[in-house]
Design a protein around this ligand. Sequence first.
Ligand code: HAS
Length: 542
Amino acid sequence: IQRSAATLSLAYVWVAYAAFGLAALAGMLQGMVRGGIIELPSWTNYYQILTAHGVLMALIFTTFFIVGFIFSGVARTTGGSLHGAALKFGWAGWILMVTGTLMAVVTIVMNEASVLYTFYAPLKASPYFYIGSALLVVGSWLAGFGVFASYRKWKKENPGKMSPLFVFMGVTTYVMWIIATLPVAVEVLFQLIPWSLGLVPTINIMLSRTLFWFFGHPLVYFWLMPAYMAWYVCIPRIIGGHVFSDSLSRLAFICLLLFSIPVGFHHQLMEPGISAGWKMIHVVLTLIVVIPSLMTAFSMFAVFETTGRKKGGSGLFGWLKKLPWTDVRFFAPFVGMLFFIPGGAGGIINASNQINAVIHNTIWVTGHFHITVGAAVALTFFGVSFWLIPALTGRKLTKIANRMGMVQTVFWAVGMFLMSLAMHTMGLQGAPRRTDYTTYMDHPTALGWMDYQRVMAFGGGLLFVSAVLLILILLYLTFYAPKGNTEYPIAETETKQEVPRILERWPVWVGLVAFLIILAYGYPIMEQIQHQAPGSPPFRTW
Ligand code: HAS
């Protein structure tokens, strides 16, 4: 990869890890507070730290890493460089995103934005928090336009050819992201900012929550799709195999594009103001969006088995032994995949209307998203970073870094396992999410949760140790590892495969997305505007 593209990608990846480090510290503190192990000094509070953790980890770490990773992969698979316009868009996006991040972080530090990462009204933050979030989103759009510029250039130079698989997946991810962020932009620009500036006294809460989840669910796929890009395109090369099926991989991404947006009501199943029929439509579409993940599981099993067998593995499970278990580039994402099996099953449980009544707003949900984004996605991003950073800095992934990476992965996995198991168990016993330490006046049920809360805090401690270790390894790979070449692994199919052209006809897919969105959201949103409640009284958090 040419230096200009490598520097841009690295600039994104390192902001991601700076946010990750702070977020990990906030995460550990908040686990210990909730577990009753420590008390915070009076100048801060649990909700401030919870907001810092959620915003920095779920919004800043992920978005910066994803943008940096996609830029690097697009450069790698389109001849080693980025189009001039892509670089310009990329840097402009970086500046906006960093500015937005700083604005959000400063307001959180000043305790003027303790509104959690979902910033639900009527919790109200300083207008600078919302403006910062808007800049983050607009910056990511610019990055997306940069990827589109490189894609168009490649298409022009290669008329009639299907784009490289990585590029196709990157473009699909951004198309989905740009469409999905429009509703949250509307919520922030037309509801939250005027309200927090005091220009309007109240806002339509129901509408603001609907617009948030219109974006909030596809947001989780924005995290997942780049992890899938690594699974489909990079992992097969790392283990010495091939992409299982080019068409299947592209089809899975098209399904994610189509079905990840019109499903937001599965986060609002317990809310009034949306009738059961519309919720039912969203639940059905949610169960459809599970299918591309099942296709991915099938594909990954196929890649692992065929590669293992080619390397001499025999019998029902003998091929498993032939996988490179001591290579952290494979091991970390693989552990992530294992977490995603219960993570996906938990998602299906959540989406089922009646069972949602049991788990909604309990700490089960927190357990669910720690094993999906916090394990499946995060471990994949770590696994990618171990080769991406040295590939970008022109250094070597040394044996010692690899070994330390394995240790770091084990710490993360054990920490996450303990923490999320405790969360799921407590959740089923009714423990609410998003609460400070409390024994509910020594109520026996709440006292029964306390041991789990301590396990949660212990898991959080292991995660923090793992995070520190990770940052040390990545610093070493950026500045101190010996100079040399580290491969940017991109796999190909074993034989040339014909891919149906329709998969790359964007107007068809964008048209279908628009149709599904209008079907799922058009009428309910119209109803929410028409019959809006008087509005909730504003509640300042500072
Ligand atoms: Fe979720 C809540 C439903 C996936 C993240 N989810 C959340 C929240 C977050 C989140 C952050 O329906 C909380 C939001 C908040 O703050 O309130 N989720 C689903 C469903 C899926 C799903 C149906 N979620 C994710 C992913 C996330 C994520 C992915 C982040 C990246 N989720 C819900 C619902 C709620 C919810 C409700 C609201 C709950 C409430 O009431 O508040 C599906 O997409 C899951 C499909 C996945 C699979 C798994 C496939 C398995 C694979 C691994 C294969 C393993 C291999 C290993 C190959 C079906 C691909 C090989 C092994 C060998 C041994 C060889």
